[in-house]
Design a protein around this ligand. Structure first.
Ligand code: ADP
Length: 246
């Protein structure tokens, strides 16, 4: 589904991603772990072009994008990629002046051109799926952080993306609200949604990931199935990182 080849990203003279190669198969959940500042969020943002990679290539389904310094992507290429990817942010990023239902309808109507009736039906179905059918008419400030994040996930799903990208989706939550969000994510993974998740939740990585990718200093240091990365760790840098967590 996704193939990343030799991806680099610099911010001015700060070289952050230093040649990332990564594959995500259809229906897979890939969890990206690594120390703070290692480039995990930057990589995720490159996947939906919230950041433009400096060089390298990115394939998503039939889309093949090559990045060359000084040569911006065409607008239609950027939009095409964005349509295929749904992003779930650490800070939810819901529209504060819209109800949960309106948050889910907005993109469907304005970007995908769906009728209001169709968008509403899809929105209600997704709110039900994330356990919030009875909160459809509430505004974000009337919802708990866990509920807001579940609306965030449903909103991303409403656009029928090929891939869902999660940027530390539970980091801003009080500990007692983390579980309800991880449960929704686990359900989506089990239903075969393709997902790339940046998280510090190692239990989620162990339980749900098909592949765990450890990034440090802007390179992939180690990757493999969770039992391999956690139980039969190959690289010293990965061992040190995991030891610090336990
Ligand atoms: P992680 O998600 O692993 O904590 P990030 O991808 O957020 O790491 O950040 C990696 C590095 O890139 C950090 O040093 C950060 O300061 C830098 N960085 C991220 N975004 C920008 C930006 N827009 N401009 C300059 N530096 C940035």
């Amino acid at each position: 589904m996704i193939q990343i080849r030799n991806l680099h990203k610099s911010f001015d003279d700060l070289h952050i991603l230093k040649g990332i190669d990564l594959e995500v198969g259809s229906g897979e959940t890939v969890v990206i772990i690594g120390p703070s500042g290692s480039g995990k969020t930057t990589l995720l943002r490159c996947l939906n072009l919230l950041e433009t990679p400096t060089s390298g290539s990115l394939e998503l389904g039939a889309l093949h994008l090559t990045f060359t310094p000084g040569k911006p992507l065409r607008r239609d290429e950027t939009l095409a990629l964005r349509r295929e990817t749904g992003m779930v942010f650490q800070s939810y990023n819901l529209f504060p002046h819209m109800t949960a239902l309106q948050n889910l309808m907005e993109g469907q109507v304005t970007v995908l051109g769906r009728s209001k009736a169709e968008a509403r039906e899809k929105a209600l179905q997704l709110l039900k799926k994330v356990g919030l059918a009875d909160r459809a008419d509430m505004y974000p400030h009337q919802l708990s952080g866990g509920q807001q994040q579940r609306v965030g996930i449903a909103r991303a799903m409403a656009m029928d993306p090929k891939v869902l990208l999660f940027d530390e989706p539970t980091s801003a939550l009080d500990p007692e609200l983390v579980g309800e969000v991880l449960r929704v994510m686990k359900e989506l993974a089990q239903e075969g949604m393709t997902m790339v998740v940046v998280t510090h939740e190692m239990k989620f990585a162990r339980d749900v990931a098909d592949k765990v990718v450890f990034i440090d200093g802007g390179v992939v240091v180690e990757q493999g199935p969770p039992e391999q990365v956690f139980e039969a760790t190959q690289q010293e840098r990965t061992k040190q990182f995991l030891n610090k967590l336990s």
